[in-house]
Write a new protein. Structure first.
Length: 90
């Protein structure tokens, strides 16, 4: 008798949700930094002082993407309408 393969749907769903959150963060970051390479480098490598020196990638993986979005929206607000200055100038 053949049995159906057991698949862990939660892991796949969580991965999809995490990717969606990462895209939301990167989309919001695009309002500040127009260069895609700089955005991805920031997302992966730059610790955020206001969020306990964790990177955006680490925070998203921990389910704290809303904290990163709030941070980015605060930066956007502080910059006013000039959103093309990049992370280096903030």
């Amino acid at each position: 008798m053949r049995y159906a393969r057991i698949v862990d749907f939660r892991a796949n769903h969580e991965s999809t949700v995490r990717k969606s959150h990462a895209w939301q963060v990167l989309r919001e970051a695009a309002r500040i930094e127009p260069d895609e390479g700089a955005r991805i480098a920031w997302y992966r490598d730059d610790p955020i002082v206001a969020l306990h020196m964790l990177t955006a990638e680490t925070l998203v993986a921990a389910g704290r993407y809303e904290d990163v979005l709030a941070f980015l929206r605060g930066v956007t607000c502080d910059l006013g309408t000039e959103t093309t200055r990049g992370f280096g100038s903030y």
